[in-house]
Design a binder for this molecule. Structure first.
Ligand code: 13P
Ligand code: SF4
Length: 299
């Protein structure tokens, strides 16, 4: 299957992008693997005719928003992110009524429709930098309460209003699970994604996006790590760091939607060019503005 994918990819001038949470075999055939910010940048720069996006729907949508003239294919269009829907448009409208100078800062893990209602997008690797750079004093951070809370702690000079969305995978990691791993592996460093609950972040030696955690481990002289994020990152951690050891909370965090990306799905979309990401042009045009503002402010 890998050979067939490779041949079709070359014949059709396609590029395969994959997130670190996708299955190992998907990461092994992808041209680019990265965190949400890196993948959005790569999608924007791509000169390929076809983009095969192995991730969840908000990632495929972002690639399409940035590349209206390209075909963006996803191995399984039903792969979605629960958090991407966790703020109601009416709540954003009501907040805008309340604060005249409000900036709606929207985590990229959101639907295109929610991006349309926002002033700027952010990812976990640039949320602090971008929020600080905004001229607005009042910020409504949507949809993730945990990333919002993490940003609020780093940007105390602003009034950051939180929304009650969350990632079910990261929110299920408890302080107790982390303590249990730490008891077994006393010298391990604790790494966490900012989508984790505050009680987990409080125990952590390092907090960052998937790519930032991977970079941290590569540079670190430590040998053991407790990794509080989705278990797909283990593939790159092991490949980059033979000899270092990685432990995950029990039960191991696993995003079933990310695991919908399969080799047979990639082969099928390359063969048939179906499962294309489609967006209403008005929605695409409006959602482009906060995404482009993110790319500019993150530079
Ligand atoms: P990052 O890869 O940007 O850290 O995002 C994590 C995530 O939840 C993607 O769905
Ligand atoms: Fe969404 Fe969480 Fe899955 Fe990431 S891990 S895609 S935030 S549900």
């Amino acid at each position: 299957m890998k050979n067939q994918i490779d041949q079709l990819k070359r014949a059709k001038n396609a590029v395969i992008l994959a997130h670190y949470y996708t299955p190992d075999d998907i990461q092994s055939i992808a041209d680019y693997v990265g965190d949400s910010f890196y993948l959005a940048k790569i999608a924007k720069q791509s000169t390929a005719d076809l983009i095969v996006f192995c991730g969840v729907s908000f990632m495929g949508e972002s690639a399409k928003i940035l590349n209206p003239d390209k075909k963006v294919l996803m191995p399984d269009l039903s792969a979605d992110c629960a958090m991407a829907h966790m703020v109601k448009p009416g709540v954003i409208a009501a907040m805008r009524e309340k604060y005249a100078d409000l900036a709606v800062v929207c985590y990229i893990n959101s639907t295109a429709e929610l991006k349309c209602l926002s002033d700027v997008c952010v990812t976990s690797s640039n949320a602090v930098k971008i929020t600080k750079a905004l001229p607005n004093q009042n910020i409504f951070f949507v949809p993730d309460r945990n990333l919002g809370q993490y940003v609020a702690r780093q940007v105390p000079e602003k009034n950051i209003i939180l929304n009650d969305g969350y990632c079910p995978i990261h929110a299920a990691i408890s302080a107790e699970q982390v303590h249990m791993e730490k008891d077994k592996h006393k010298s391990a460093q604790i790494l966490s994604h900012p989508e984790c609950e505050e009680e987990v972040l409080a125990l952590s030696d390092y907090i960052g996006s998937t790519a930032e955690m991977i970079a941290f481990v590569k540079k670190s002289r430590d040998q053991e790590f407790i990794v509080c994020t989705e278990d797909g990152v283990k593939y790159r951690l092991m490949a980059d760091n033979p000899g270092k050891r990685f432990y995950f909370p029990d039960p191991r965090p696993c995003c079933a939607d990310m695991k919908r990306n399969t080799l047979s799905g990639v082969l099928s979309v390359l063969e048939n060019e179906d499962c294309t990401v489609e967006l209403n042009e008005e929605v695409r045009r409006r959602a482009l503005l906060p995404l482009e503002r993110m790319l500019k402010l993150a530079q």
